[in-house]
Design a binder for this molecule. Structure first.
Ligand code: FAD
Ligand code: NAD
Length: 396
């Protein structure tokens, strides 16, 4: 019998967790494992709002993938997946290289969901990778510099579209950075406008009301103007048009209005909902015994609420862990176990020293929530890269 081949696409939280758990438990030569990722580094998606605003260096939020792998057990291929050929059990990379598999793990993460809103793809930024956040940071700084030459208010007007956790966390960082930028570029703080536009009747829809109120109070104090119950209808080169017809002029629109699964998956012909594959209890794509989909590319229904679990790193990491055990069971002839998420809660940063959180049924505010956020961020470093990654990158 030939050695089974496991091919993992994407080295984000889900893919990397699968890889590191497999390398820990599989023997040399028991299986041929390959991990493919667009970049030769893994970035901590959950930290990206910080370098986007410029409060953290982008380098702090990434680690070279090879340093996390036992390269005698897992081969790393730097490449962009362009096509999954399900029938042939092959994956095509943009370079033209073709990879084959017996078991495929699709962990390609998400893309911004624009809901077909005109102009968003062309004119708005989104927080999705190291490259995208470098661009956002540079763009913000450039607009401060330009303002000193041209004095146009839209150069100092910043719009965050969507008040989910990504939007709220970014606003926390942005409002921490603005005073620094004002000092650096000799700009009066009162000239800088920060808007958060949310379509739903509240920010953080569905989250605990007391925590939502606290977040709004903190961010309002830090200079955010909220416009809730007001969808962005269009994004133009000059700013945004809202549902009620109001236009806000701005050179900088950051779209944080939600995510959908990676488009590679849809193109491969898998049945999807908002680009995500509705997986079975073993995280398999329907009709495929050999294709597993995890992380933001997967749609998993919570049987208690009959609604999908939100796409989070917390779940992606747990899925990677369970999947690694299940792949080992398949290869060694054991039983797979069903994936059941163990939700620990949600903690969201509101900038330096401020956060909100719901851990079990305990609500956390301010400094204690911010401390918990650091604990969570450091824990995910430990899960993915052990003590050595934690020592290098931990948040203190
Ligand atoms: P990702 O971690 O996004 O990884 C996908 C990987 O696939 C990347 O390495 C990417 O480079 C690679 N890739 C993509 N396309 C290709 C291709 N074509 N070819 C090759 N490689 C490719 N969740 C939480 O639980 N807690 C939080 O505090 C939290 N904070 C967040 C803060 C922000 C600013 C954002 C944006 C999200 C946050 N999330 C949080 C959500 C969380 O980051 C995602 O749910 C999580 O990253 C999903 O993991 P994943 O492995 O599916 O995808
Ligand atoms: P989201 O889908 O959670 O939030 C998007 C928000 O945009 C929603 O409130 C929605 O009503 C709003 N919106 C949609 N269309 C709009 C429009 N036309 N105009 C204005 N507002 C509009 O997306 P997200 O915040 O990017 O989060 C994605 C996933 O990542 C979620 O599962 C989230 O829980 C997770 N996440 C978690 C954390 C954390 O735990 N700290 C941080 C960031 C993200």
């Amino acid at each position: 019998m030939s050695t089974p081949k496991i091919l993992i696409l994407g080295a984000g939280y889900g893919g990397l967790m699968t890889a590191v758990r497999l390398q820990k438990q599989m023997n040399y030569n028991e299986v041929e494992m390959t991990l493919v990722n667009k970049h030769d580094y893994h970035y901590f998606t959950t930290w990206l709002h910080e370098p986007a605003a410029g409060t953290t260096d982008p380098d702090k939020c990434r680690v070279e993938i090879q340093t996390l792998l036992d390269t005698n057990k897992i081969k790393f291929v730097k490449g962009s997946v362009s096509e999954i050929k399900r029938e042939e059990k092959k994956v095509l990379l943009e370079s033209g290289e073709e990879l084959t598999y017996d078991y495929l793990v699709v962990a390609l993460g998400s893309e911004p969901e624009t809901f077909g809103i005109q102009g968003l793809k062309e004119y708005a930024f989104s927080i999705r990778s190291i490259n995208s956040v470098r661009e956002i940071r540079e763009h913000i700084e450039y607009n401060f510099a330009k303002y000193k030459m041209e004095h146009r208010p839209e150069q100092l007007t910043f719009i965050v579209g969507g008040a989910g956790f990504t939007g709220i966390e970014f606003l926390g960082e942005l409002t921490d950075r603005i005073p620094e930028l004002c000092e650096e570029f000799d700009v009066d703080r009162s000239l800088v406008k920060v808007y958060n536009i949310e379509a739903a009747p509240t920010v953080l829809p569905g989250f605990d009301q007391e925590l939502v109120d606290y977040a709004m109070e903190v961010l309002t104090r830090k200079g955010v103007t909220f416009k809730i119950n007001t969808p962005i209808k269009e994004c133009t080169p000059d700013g945004v048009v809202l549902g009620d017809g109001e236009e806000i002029k701005s050179n900088t629109v950051i779209w944080t209005g939600g995510v959908r699964g990676n488009s590679v998956i849809e193109k491969a012909g898998f049945e999807t909902m908002r680009g995500r594959v509705k997986v079975d209890e073993f995280l398999r794509a329907p009709g495929h015994e050999d294709v597993f989909v995890i992380g933001d590319s997967a749609l998993l229904i919570n049987n208690e609420t009959n609604r999908p679990y939100p796409p989070t790193a917390q779940i992606a990491i747990q899925e990677g862990d369970t999947l690694a055990s299940n792949l080992i069971a398949l290869i060694r002839g054991g039983q797979m176990k069903a994936f059941v998420p163990s939700l620990k809660g949600t903690v969201a940063s509101l900038g330096k020293g401020e956060a909100i959180g719901l851990v079990g049924d305990k609500k956390l505010f301010g400094g204690s929530a911010a401390f918990m956020k650091k604990v969570i961020d450091n824990r995910s470093l430990f899960l993915i890269g052990g003590l050595s990654l934690m020592m290098k990158k931990a948040k203190l």
